[in-house]
Design a protein around this ligand. Structure first.
Ligand SMILES: [Zn+2]
Ligand SMILES: [Zn+2]
Length: 294
């Protein structure tokens, strides 16, 4: 079984929900028959991620994230980074520092090193422009990304090897570029979403990552997927860098009905957006373990 739980479902600047980061768990049996999943993957870990994880570990069924009342970061084996905005990477300094300094193996003295996965350009920029400031110096020496993470640089599907990774050999993850921030041309600033496939049934699920409304890029995948998690911006705006709700309402009904909206602002429950429950598969619920594949 593969499950997905949002640490939060909020937009970058939301305050009532934590930012949109997700925990994917792979189970050889199922959650009610295992104390902990066999493999774990965070999709993004933003500024609010550490506090969101602190809350999630107290939810029944997530005690594998807890060690003596604090977040046990070695429970997170892998992290996929969609792009470099702080609502998607701002928690990584805490994760890396805690793994190195507070979770060292008693025998070797070495800290825990999770795998970090993303486009090569995203991982290089992540270290050079974001993480290096806080993590680049250790007592007596300079540090690199390799001191904290096992890096796996991915190519988008079909554009070179490696272009995928798996969980339990059964669930296959490929990434696709998203049209989020544009410098001069579409897709020229690296950001990615994930297409997740069950190799047994060939069913797929799409996780959009941050993207503008992009039916030309994502429409075919969303049509074929059994479920999509798509980001949304509730308010209209000229030149939005997110998919606005009014744009998403133009998708075919058959696609909308299997699309769950996340990355939404704090006004979702004021009454103006009640139609989302009817027109889409609803707003994403935080701290709820969705079954992706049985
Ligand atoms: Zn975002
Ligand atoms: Zn973004």
């Amino acid at each position: 079984m593969l499950t997905l739980t949002f640490l939060g479902v909020g937009s970058a600047y939301a305050k009532r929900n934590f930012q949109s980061n997700a925990l994917i768990e792979a189970w050889s049996a199922r959650p009610d028959r295992q104390a902990a999943p066999d493999d774990t993957l965070l999709v993004d870990f933003g500024t609010t991620g550490p506090v969101a994880l602190h809350h999630l570990k107290r939810v029944p069924g997530f005690s594998h994230l807890d060690r003596d009342g604090t977040v046990y970061y070695p429970a997170i084996g892998r992290i996929f980074i969609t792009h470099q905005h702080s609502d998607h990477i701002g928690g990584l300094e805490e994760l890396a520092g805690t793994n190195m300094h507070y979770c060292a193996d008693a025998a070797s003295g070495r800290g825990f090193k999770p795998q970090i996965i993303g486009a090569g350009e995203v991982l290089a920029n992540l270290w050079d422009h974001s993480l290096k400031g806080g993590l680049g110096t250790l007592t007596g020496r300079h540090a690199t990304m390799a001191d904290y993470f096992e890096a796996l640089a991915l190519h988008p599907a079909g554009q070179g090897e490696p272009d995928r990774f798996t969980m339990l050999d059964r669930y296959e993850f490929t990434m696709f570029p998203t049209h989020h921030i544009q410098v001069q041309r579409e897709y020229d600033w690296p950001s990615h979403g994930l297409l997740i496939a069950d190799r047994t049934t060939r069913d797929t699920i799409l996780y959009s990552g941050d993207t503008r409304f992009d039916p030309a890029g994502l429409g075919r995948m969303m049509g074929a997927a059994k479920l999509s998690f798509h980001e949304v911006q509730l308010e209209d705006q000229t030149e939005p860098v997110h998919a606005t709700l009014s744009q998403l309402r133009t998708l075919p009904e058959s696609v909308r009905k299997k699309t769950i909206l996340y990355h939404y602002g704090d006004t979702w429950d004021g009454g103006a957006y009640d139609f989302v429950a009817d027109e889409f598969a609803g707003f994403a619920r935080p701290q709820y373990r969705y079954t992706l594949f049985d």
